[in-house]
Ligand binder design. Structure first.
Ligand code: GLN
Length: 485
């Protein structure tokens, strides 16, 4: 077992026992990045100097007996997290040279514990995408098959786990961007309830949907990392002031008697046979562990993708208005006059997918169409939310696939944005409902690509989905398989 293969909790034990130092662990990780990242392209920016300074600091804390669960652990951050003194691009040319003057709250919380930040991870531009192909910094590759995408938008965050170039990472999920790449790369990815983690210092895509969450090698690490970043933040008025439970404490509770719902709209024709088989096996396993499995209905599922693409693009078009080349970000050089400076800077700085979404969102918000599209989408969103609340009157958690297929080939869906949008059909409703979901490794396709299982919880039901995920992980060994890299 190499140092870079370890989970957070395994490395923590070794740091605590002083079998290894944080400087050694950090060096091992930086060497690993050096050795394999040119094939994977998970990192946009690697920060060796800062990482080693942080590692030395962590070693001092450990020597003084002040070790927290993340002290000295090498972590990577999606490049959507604003980091003080470290370039933050959000996968876009418009922020290619942006060095923020502050840390966002999630990052600050990691640093308070003494975590070591090894770099900033590749992603779709402004988190718009499901394949990491819209990144200005080139596509990230799936470590299980370099001709496939890792999923997206947090593609780099998932690929770094699979490539073992970070012990754990943070991503964001607006419509599936943590869970889907986790599924495609064989790691654990958790999207918390809206409001559970502060969005302060997270570059905004669609503010009513965006949420920060962990990508990790196992469920224990997911619980640990969520616990570290969750909680009320006066700087984000949408963060909710409810206590953060000890997510580790309830992991081993088991699923005996737990009511698990299978939404019938998610087990459709057209589901890839390998995905279907993995779901059937998972359901059988839960049954054998004493869970009470029932069918439930989420009747408005078919409207979720359309609803999402109106709300998300509308919010994005407003959020992205701030990139005007004035205070920060790319500024066109040869513009004549202010208006041309705005439009040229934006035309040069944004890629095609971002432009498409700004146009879609601006259209949906424009007078004459606002009621027909935006207001209607908000009403349907309420219905979708209600579907989940109704289902949770009958069951504790829902079990679904994450994606209709395993990872697809690079360029396969690039020419057909609608195909790309449809691949998020099982993850988007969870964001619209504002509740939580986790992706857990649940098998492999015939071609050797990972397949993830989704467990969806009640609002603030992270404990229950972590417990259900842990029970599954304990009985299966999918999470222990390593990508051939
Ligand atoms: N694929 C979805 C989109 O492009 C979700 C992305 C995300 O969750 N950030 O909007």
């Amino acid at each position: 077992m190499e140092i870079f293969d370890l989970t957070i909790h395994e490395l923590h034990e070794k740091l605590k026992a002083k079998e290894v130092s944080s400087v050694e662990a950090t060096r091992a990780m930086l060497d690993r990045i050096e050795a394999v990242d040119s094939q994977v392209n998970a990192y946009i920016t690697v920060t060796p100097e800062q990482a080693l300074v942080q590692a030395e600091d962590a070693d001092r804390r450990i020597a003084a007996g002040e070790i927290a669960p993340l002290t000295g652990i090498p972590v990577g951050l999606k490049d959507i997290f604003v980091t003080k003194g470290i370039r933050t691009t959000c996968g876009s040319r418009i922020l290619e040279n942006f060095v923020p003057p502050y840390d966002g709250t999630a990052v600050a919380r990691l640093k308070e514990q003494g975590a070591v930040i090894v770099g900033k991870l590749n992603q779709d531009e402004f988190a718009m995408g499901s394949s990491n192909e819209s990144s200005y910094f080139g596509p990230c590759k799936n470590p299980w098959d370099l001709s496939c995408t890792p999923g997206g938008s947090s593609g780099g965050s998932a690929a770094a786990i699979a490539a073992r170039t970070a012990t754990a990472t943070l991503g964001t999920d607006t419509g599936g961007s943590i869970r889907q790449p986790a599924s495609h790369c064989g790691c654990v990815g958790l999207k918390p309830t809206y409001g559970r983690v502060s969005r302060y210092g997270v570059i905004a895509y669609a503010s009513s949907l965006d949420q920060v969450g962990p990508l990790t090698r196992d469920v224990t690490d997911s619980a640990l990392l969520l616990g570290a970043v969750a909680g009320y933040d006066p700087r984000d008025s949408t963060s909710v002031n409810t206590p953060v439970p000890d997510y580790l404490a309830s992991l081993a509770k088991g699923v005996k008697g737990m009511k698990i719902g299978l939404p019938k709209q998610y087990f459709i024709e057209g589901l890839d046979p390998d995905v279907k088989r993995a779901m059937d096996e998972a359901i059988a396993l839960y049954q054998s562990l004493g869970a009470d499995i029932r069918e439930v209905s989420l009747p408005n599922t078919e409207y979720a993708v359309a609803t999402y693409y109106i709300i998300a693009t509308a919010e994005a078009s407003a959020n992205l208005a701030r990139y005007d080349g004035v205070r920060f970000g790319h500024r066109a050089e040869d513009a004549r006059g202010l208006a041309q400076m705005y439009s040229k800077s934006r035309a040069e700085g944004f890629g095609p997918e971002v432009k498409r979404r700004i146009m879609l969102g601006t259209y949906a918000l424009s007078s004459g169409y606002y009621d027909a599209y935006y207001v209607k989408a908000q009403k349907v969103r309420t219905l979708i939310q209600q579907d989940f609340l109704n289902a949770f009157k009958e069951v504790d958690v829902l079990l679904t696939p994450i994606a209709p297929t395993p990872a697809f080939k690079i360029a396969e869906k690039l020419e057909d944005p609608l195909q790309m949008y449809l691949s998020d059909i099982f993850t988007i409703p969870v964001n619209l409902a504002g509740t939580c979901g986790i992706s857990v490794p649940a098998g492999f396709s015939a071609a050797g690509l990972p397949i993830g299982l989704q467990l969806v919880g009640k609002p603030f039901g992270e404990q229950e989905i972590l417990t259900a995920a842990y029970s599954f992980e304990r009985e299966t060994k999918w999470h222990l398989k390593k990508a051939p890299l």
